[in-house]
Design a binder for this molecule. Sequence first.
Ligand code: HSE
Length: 409
Amino acid sequence: MAKIAVLGYGTVGSGVVEVLSTNKDSIAVKAETSIDIKYVLDLKEFPGTPVENLLVKDYDIILEDEEVDVIAEVMGGVEPAYTFVKKALLKGKSVATSNKELVAKHGPELLAIAKENHVNFLFEASVGGGIPIIRPLNKSLTADEIMEISGILNGTTNFILTKMKNERLDFDTVLKEAQDLGYAELHPEADVEGYDACRKIAILASLAFGSHVDFEDIHTEGITKISQVDFQFAEAMKMEIKLIGRCEKVDDKAFAMVSPMLLSDTHPLSHVDDVFNGIFVQGNVIGDVMFYGAGAGKLPTASAVVADVIDAVKHKGKNIIVKWSSDPKVLMATEEIPVKAFARFADTDEKIELVESVFGSVEWIEGVEGHKGFVTGEMTEGELSTKLVELGQKGLVIENLIRLESKVA
Ligand code: HSE
């Protein structure tokens, strides 16, 4: 029998307890032993719940208990999770976590400690909720060089964009709904400003490139500027607006970025809606692979955590190698990244000449009353910024700008 502890009895923690109970028998078959929860660490009391007699407030009780082999860390946030996880690994306990902030910031260090101590640090649930993506990158796609990963990596923002488009609802109403459904982060800006997607693409890029991509090096924009006018333009262009985290190799360099993007409706990510995530991976031999499923929520995320717990139990005393060195991966400067963009401004015919004098020939998008929109040619982010500044200096106020997925535009 394997004994485990769960750190945190929030949305995901209660899901882990539920999954281990619902699928107790089949999990025992797959792990080749039963898995029992011995402790749940939380500062709150939960009377009348299945964990009321398992609750502890002192982490040292778990740490010092030699019966506990595996810890499921589902508290979120960097501290105290980092301290707890590091201590557990040093004590010879494996850790399964859903904590993307922890993994993005301390992943290589915690993997190295796990390796030295013949235990495992597993983090399938940190990206894509219930979608298997970490294990495929580590195990199934190892014959390939990964050329590109593009993903809808945040369920909350995808839920918001889908509802804003289909039901013409305003941003705040839909955000509240996502919070009630347990999709959103404690601080909504982590979702809507793109920070959560940024950490997730940093984790995927680090695994794809094998060296550490610092999330702070990734240019990140969220969805707060997207309005109904943008959806009207997207409809006129037969495109969809999605928050995309991407990393890509360009010759011997690489870049990563998080931003809203306009995708043509033939793009594999364009119809990934609601809380679902989609992750598109391109390998140099396999070609295109797509991963799709529930990207947030109690049970999908708990499913991935419990799968890691089972893997840790099955690999007791044996480290599963994960190639993610602490050597920094130097990314291209944002100014060098290739881009093609849609921009819009309040309708004034005399500005058309001005736009063309700065951008050269552009594609004009008609059909949205009171606004004019255009799509630029291919350029670098640096050239785009310079041209936008020039437009501003000449008196044209750009209301919003959304990048286009240029390979399919
Ligand atoms: N807030 C996150 C999301 C939770 O919406 O995707 C899952 O990481």
